[in-house]
Design a protein around this ligand. Structure first.
Ligand code: UT7
Length: 321
């Protein structure tokens, strides 16, 4: 009997406060024209007092559980991707379990930067396929506003805060829905082009995000396109089979570049980077939630997800909704 993971719930959370490009231009040597032209970003959401990776992750996960109609007591695991945990430990996931009332499961965090959601989805799917869990909540929750150097125009304008979540449930029914395949990659030799400088207790570090944007860009389109090819080839499908591309939302030029390589028309690409900016591990589940709830993504659609982030890490996932 083959067990697979069905994606049965989606949810997300964005902080109320919106910061526009014009607002940033008042404090930085930048402009709405530059930010929009180079990235597609118009605005970002930034956490308010008391909002954290735990609080936003719990809100997104609760919405995903409500969507699925699943009680927290049925959840076997919570896997949360973040680069901005509230604490070194307990894991953000375990704090979220407590907020949700998940009492019968296990939980842990995944640190794979902007690829975190794909890594978490792949891990959750592996637990389900192995028979070690039947219901897993997968979350990406990020507070990048906390790790930005707000005086560095090269990075401060690019990121935002938010959280997204999905619920996976085991099925042994012989239909073709669910997580079809996931593919993960990492290359530590590129660790210095995108990183956070330091950790708790490490002397002489800024704890700020540092990026060589041009270098990251150079790696992004090629690595993402080959990861997407790998996913489709592994299940004997082609670009023509894909209903929706739900990419990591870092830069509209990267999204367009990958879409062009896939010959995906713009109408079939879910884009939120204009309103959310780059929310790292939260960006894919935030985009997925938006497109499911507004009726674009429907049951039976084939959804292709891809992401690249610090590490470098990158990967892809194909899900039949
Ligand atoms: O999600 C994790 C993965 N991250 C990414 O995928 C990000 C990938 N990289 C990018 O998206 C782009 O490289 C950026 C948006 C970060 C930068 O765009 P770019 O077209 O690569 O610009 P650039 O870094 O080559 O900079 C061009 C110019 C520079 O000035 P000079 O040296 O040509 O005089 C920068 O100093 O733009 C300047 N610049 C700015 N100007 C106004 C850099 N940031 C800003 C700014 N406002 N905010």
């Amino acid at each position: 009997m083959t067990v697979r993971s069905l994606l049965v719930g989606v949810g997300s959370y964005l902080p109320e406060r919106i910061v526009t490009n014009d607002e940033l231009s008042e404090r930085l040597d930048t402009s709405d024209d530059w930010i929009r032209g180079r990235t597609g970003i118009r605005q970002r959401h930034i956490v308010g007092e008391g909002e954290t990776a735990v609080s936003m992750g719990a809100r997104a996960a609760q919405r995903a559980l409500d969507f699925a109609g699943i009680d927290p007591l049925e959840v076997d695991a919570v896997i949360l991707a973040t680069s901005t945990p509230d604490q070194v430990f307990p894991a953000t996931a375990v704090r979220v379990m407590n907020d949700l009332g998940v009492k019968n499961g296990f939980g842990f965090d995944i640190a794979a930067a902007c690829s975190g959601f794909i890594y978490a989805l792949s891990t959750a799917d592996a637990f389900i396929r192995a028979g070690n869990a039947k219901c897993v909540v997968v979350i990406g929750s990020e507070v990048y506003s906390r790790i930005l150097d707000w005086s560095d125009r090269g990075t401060a304008v690019l990121f935002g805060d938010g959280a997204g979540a999905v619920v996976l449930r085991a099925t042994d029914k012989p239909d073709e829905n669910g997580v079809l395949t996931t593919h993960l990659h990492a290359d530590g030799s590129t660790g210095d082009i995108l990183y956070v400088d330091g950790a708790v207790g490490v002397p002489n570090c800024s704890a700020h995000l540092k990026m060589n944007g041009r270098e990251v860009f150079r790696h992004a389109v090629g690595k993402l396109a080959s990861s997407v090819d790998e996913a489709l080839e592994s299940v004997g499908m082609t670009y023509a089979d894909v209903s929706w591309l739900v990419p990591h939302q870092a830069n509209i030029r990267i999204i367009d570049g990958v879409a062009r390589k896939l010959q995906m028309p713009k109408e079939r690409v879910v884009v939120t980077v204009d309103r959310h900016a780059n929310t790292s591990a939260a960006s894919i589940p935030l985009a997925l939630d938006e497109a499911v709830r507004d009726g674009r993504i429907k049951q039976g659609d084939l959804v292709l997800m891809e992401a690249l982030g610090g590490g470098l890490t990158w990967g892809s996932a194909l899900v039949r909704m």
